[in-house]
Design a protein around this ligand. Sequence first.
Ligand code: NAP
Length: 288
Amino acid sequence: MKTILLNNGVEMPVLGYGVYLVSPEECERCVLEAIGTGYRLIDTAQAYYNEEGVGAAVSKCGVPRSELFLTTKVWISNAGEEKAARSIDESLRKLGTDYIDLLLVHQPFGDYYGTYRAMEKAYRNGKVRAIGLSNFYDARFVDLAENMDVKPAVLQLETHVFSQQYRMRGLIKDYDTRLMAWGPLAQGTDGIFTDERLKTVGARYDKTNAQVALKFLTSEGIVAIPKTTHKERMASNFAIDDFELSAEDMETIRRMDTGKLKTDFNDPVLAKYLLDYDKQFNPINRQK
Ligand code: NAP
């Protein structure tokens, strides 16, 4: 498995497995299968309500903890220094581990400066090996990166062949921050699995559209974390180490960038929806 080096010297796998929308019931089985397939990076979040499933798989998988790389994210309802600190301990408990490899601020809403301060403290105390951000764009990213002591090691953004994030990639270079792609398969939209341009490229290497799309990202030094609940797809998404895309094919895929994102983090409607998300989706709130 290829790795990249973060700005604090921590080594991170360039390909991982994401568990957004993997139900708490299914999560243990999926993560066990993913680790069995060879994945070592697992990306979860407090707001996925499946950290316990990840933890159960980690404890049963037989792979030493030191060989795994666990990412989780602090949700908006835990924003602010004290609440975030408590939530980090809660995530550690649910994941059944005494350290998280990478901890991200999930969304740029609420008191995220307080959240980041709590994350810096957890980093200094050895509860977390690296910290970063998710869904922070432009001035929001720069302001936080400029004002905080620990520069974000990673920025996780929607990134795929149709939205290649060139502007943000330029901007985060100043902080030596690495890009991590969420939705690296465009969440299965825009005809990614049948796209003729990807098919033409893939035919040269006997690879599927998904494999070509993931190979493109990792070849650009972008960490990709595809999600699937199907074991065969986990295996095929993982099988991208045995070929290299030619410079010409990389260029063909670069031209697929539309510069458009599916999710706009400057949209006030999205801000209100996300600020309310925990009330609607947290199983604890739903039982009330
Ligand atoms: P994604 O990985 O781009 O796409 C997942 C979709 O593609 C699922 O519908 C999956 O279906 C399908 N799929 C996967 N591999 C396939 C294959 N080889 N052939 C055909 N279909 C395939 O989208 P995502 O789950 O949204 O993003 C990946 C991870 O990024 C998440 O799991 C999460 O960890 C993270 N994420 C973070 C944020 C954030 O705000 N930071 C937001 C979204 C996601 P099946 O499961 O049915 O196979």
